[in-house]
Design a protein around this ligand. Structure first.
Ligand SMILES: N[C@@H](CCC(=O)N[C@@H](CS)C(=O)NCC(=O)O)C(=O)O
Length: 251
């Protein structure tokens, strides 16, 4: 494991630095909304993650765009380090990302973590319907997209060509194309998934879609998806999936 302290504004090489954009509401709104703040005061939050994980990237990207301070630990999933008795106390499901909040609570499931962090910020709509539609796309991502877009990528990157898990690829990729078709249809008339504004629904779906070719999913038939990917990557504070957090201290 590698532990790092991640400091906003200096922790990633970003195309645009949100921390310097004073016009964007972020944590200020969070505090004004009266939620117990997990950010930037007292003990820093601690993200247990794996650098190549799209699920972890969702949280890293949102934290960067919120300009929030956190500690970061890389947990080697290939060595089974999310399944140790110690880690299972954090997340009984044995997976990253898991975020330890400043009061010691451990929160797992990438989309639940994003929902928590985005509360009261510009990354979540204020209306009842808008919030439900964000959830709609995040549930779609977990049930109809992630197993068929993310898992093929994992199989291709982590298992040798003769590994039995390669046999799953054909069926998974077929469903991956079905998910991309749904996204293509929705994005044909929209800039972003909900209310034409960038939100955590876009982050949830972007995380594995932008690296879908790594798992054998060709994005050429999906021009609207490809244009949307460019719009997401142009958002202030954007970071790359494999951008290694730069430490101010290493444990
Ligand atoms: N639904 C979960 C999925 C988390 C997940 O599958 N994490 C993988 C890495 S992307 C993991 O920790 N795998 C290690 C293991 O299963 O032992 C989420 O969205 O956070």
């Amino acid at each position: 494991m590698v532990s790092l302290i991640v400091v906003p504004g200096s922790h990633f090489k970003t195309k645009n630095n949100l921390a310097s954009d004073k016009s964007l509401p972020g944590r200020t709104d969070f505090r004004r909304a009266g939620y117990s703040s997990a950010a930037n005061k007292g003990k820093a939050m601690h993200l247990f993650d794996y650098l190549d994980s799209g699920n972890g990237f969702k949280v890293r990207l949102l934290l960067a765009q919120l300009g929030m301070k956190y500690q970061w630990t890389n947990v080697d999933i290939d060595k089974g380090l999310t399944r140790t008795p110690e880690f299972l106390k954090r997340n009984p499901n044995g997976r990253i990302p898991t975020l330890e909040l400043d009061d010691g609570t451990n929160l797992f499931e990438s989309n639940a973590i994003m929902w928590y962090l985005a509360e009261g910020s510009r990354f979540l709509p204020a209306t009842q319907l808008g919030r439900a539609q964000v959830l709609q796309w995040m549930f779609f991502e977990q049930y109809s997209h992630e197993p068929y877009v993310a898992t093929p990528r994992y199989i291709c990157r982590h298992f040798p060509a003769d590994h039995p898990r390669r046999a799953e690829l054909t069926a998974r990729l077929e469903k991956g194309h079905a998910a991309l078709n749904v996204m293509e249809g929705h994005l044909a008339t929209r800039e972003f998934f909900v209310n034409d504004r960038y939100s955590i629904a876009d982050i949830a779906l972007y995380a594995y879609t932008h690296v879908a070719p790594d798992g054998g999913l060709d994005l050429a038939p999906y021009p609207h998806v490809r244009e949307w990917l460019k719009r997401v990557a142009a958002q202030p504070g954007y970071i790359e999936l494999l951008a290694q957090p730069v430490s101010s201290a290493a444990a």
